[in-house]
Design a protein around this ligand. Sequence first.
Ligand SMILES: [Zn+2]
Length: 884
Amino acid sequence: MSNKTFLSGLISCFFSSPVGIFLFGQKAINSAEPRSACDTSGSMSSETWVNFLYWGKYRNTRCCSLSLFRSMGRVLTEILIWFKWLLLTRRQGSLVRCCFIHCAVLFPAQTSAGPAQLSPSLAGLSLQSQTPEALRVVNLLQERNLLPPGPISPPTPCLPQDLQKINCHPEVFRSTLTSIPQTQSLLNKAKLPLGLLLHPFKDLTQLPVVTSSTIVRCRSCRTYINPFVSFLDQRRWKCNLCYRVNDVPEEFMYNPVSRSYGEPHKRPEVQNATIEFIAPSEYMLRPPQPAVYLFVLDVSHNAVETGYLDVVCQSLLENINSLPGDSRTKIGFITFDSTIHFYNLQEGLSQPQMLIVSDIEDIFLPTPDSLLVNLDECTEMVQDLLKSLPHMFGKTMETQSALGPALQAAFKLLSPTGGRVSVFQTQLPNLGVGSLKSREDPNQRASAKDIQHLSPATDFYKKLALDCSGQQVAVDLFLLSSQYCDLASLGCISRYSAGSVYYYPSYHQQHNPAQVECFQKDLKRYLTRKIGFEAVMRIRCTKGLSIHTFHGNFFVRSTDLLSLPNVNPDAGFAVQMSIEENLVDMQVVSFQAALLYTSSKGERRIRVHTLCLPVVNSLSDIFAGADVQAITGLLASMAVDRSVTASLSDARDAMTNASIDSLTSYRTSVLTIQQPGLLAPACLRLFPLYILALLKQKAFRTGTSTKLDDRVFAMCQLKYQPLAYVMLMIHPALYRVDDLTDEGALNISERTIPQPRVQQLSVEKLSREGAFLMDAGSVIYLWIGRNCNPNFLTQVLGVPSYPAVPQNMVRNTMLPELDTAESQRTRAFIGWLREQRPFFPILHVVRDESPLKASFMQNMIEDRTESALSYYEFLLHIQQQVSK
Ligand SMILES: [Zn+2]
């Protein structure tokens, strides 16, 4: 096509279309709040304008009125310049890139958005080099300091700014590739996994909630109306997932926020990518269930010996009024050893009544109506029971554990209502259905070539979990044990019923105060956090894309529907995707996750998240949008599945190959100039490091003695923890903290939070004169060098010398509160790290003689160990494969 035809084509496209060039403005008008790229005087900045030219060319479905543009003269001049410039540059790159460069460079004085406000990949553009920062070539063998100084932010999808502004927050919903390949064959070429990572019920500080008798959804695919649909006119909207044109219902014409009529595009549903609806009655199959909590407690000799009952009962007594619920909330207790004990807590009794069922072969409920009681009416009786429980079994010599029958009893008790079962178990169940035998040989832990017994020994727990799921019952498992408990089998009860698994190895009240502390903190969070009952989550995506293989704890009810008897704010999910039909006519695609649940107050609610991403047709654009953390998180989940279905060595190979294959593809298909070395685009520079970290992670490591339950628990965490916490598990953050300063510090609510630089995980980085903090997600280590700066010892730890550094400061998990600037800075920094997550990481002080030194050192993943390569050796290995 000659330039002339191209130009006339463009012009005729603009002017012949009934929704031509001026129509693109509607989107801009939609977002004409002061925070948008439109300036407040009513004229658009040239950059916004040209963005919409591009945008509108494909999505020219918005309407507008000409009179709204007060500065058309200027705009027209700019369009002419744009055409001229386009003719000059269109051969050099994609159209969209040209638009952005043009705006940023030619109209710097007139644009309201500087490069800092552009997406990172675009902000790096300049006329000298058309390579965005994400694609800067990095020779991994030469560049050693790859870690950014602070937290790594996810890449910003390459979308027009106003769309990106309202896009779903990456902490809630993100994709491994922020630019979606146009075809499956292009995706195959990139050798990067395509999938979504979700944290759908995350605690949010701001959540728009809408009450409406009509929830507007696509008539064809049932998508909820969202910011990425298009309005053909005031009365019709086009679905962004299936492209069906739908009518706007009369009620939707009224905007409750602005209290105005006739602006459906300003409704909160169209302004927020995350929103919650209070659902009308058609979203209920039955009246919303009350909050029902059942506690199932191991009271065998082993359990009593650990002292865990005191902590559970004490925590429940402290938080009984904070359990989420309303006046209908019910509670019940079951204890078990070789028999099952029920508790009649009915009002009117003088004290709780224990009912023992010894026939564990055929479990029945002795008094079905009085075992679950209304919490408000029977609080005193419940408190009585909680006060006496820890002593009731103090002298027991019963060593057997009938966990299976106890779970059957719990299922029977909760079947009529649904609810949450919290099971506390301290040993391998050895009586009745579901009993298990030890499958671990401690002598084989380090030497075994492959790891056996990662899959369940029996299907009893899975089957029961599916029954529970059918009755809206979720089972959370707290495993507190000193010995092998076969978590691979027991964990199924939570996995398929959408529960959570907590694990406290070597739990003991006296011998392991750190675990006790951790258990107490976790319990408090567990008992008081938000909970959703009888939930389902459906994930939809634009026609052409299809989802498969979910990761997390749930039961897949149909292809895109997950059954979640309970949903909690700390659960993450992942899903793999493929491209079934080519996305050639599409500039963007959308994904929508809708979580329908019953709140603890008995309201039926729907939380909807919608994510919009651009479609690209070149490999370099796919690489430029790669989200290395999301890719690592998804690969970790996939590798867990692979370990169970194939073998651990298979999974390890697959992870290594993932980095080799993608870097090979980058080298052969994206790089135009071949250079020596191991080359990666800047956005994937951490990929080999993260893969090596995964290979050294408890879940996948070999050659190091790892208890089977520890390994299985790490696998569970990789599958159901939200990405942010998974990343700290895989690659902890290391900081030097003996020389904290206020330089570059954050200021949050009048607190100064120092921001030390993140260090590489290598012993090389440690200095005997320093003190280093390692944040590994659920645990924080403070390593003190032997010749640590005495100022730090006295001003922060409050000790005169290194030998006086306490081995264990976990009794109160806090550093001493000293009135010194150093102490304040250190505590502010640790406090800030803790605030970033819903659970409470325990702080361990580590010195040379500490038993925990080994755990700390095992996280130094860049170093060589007897059984694993150093980072540099690993890079050489990859380079060899890439160059083949
Ligand atoms: Zn639709």
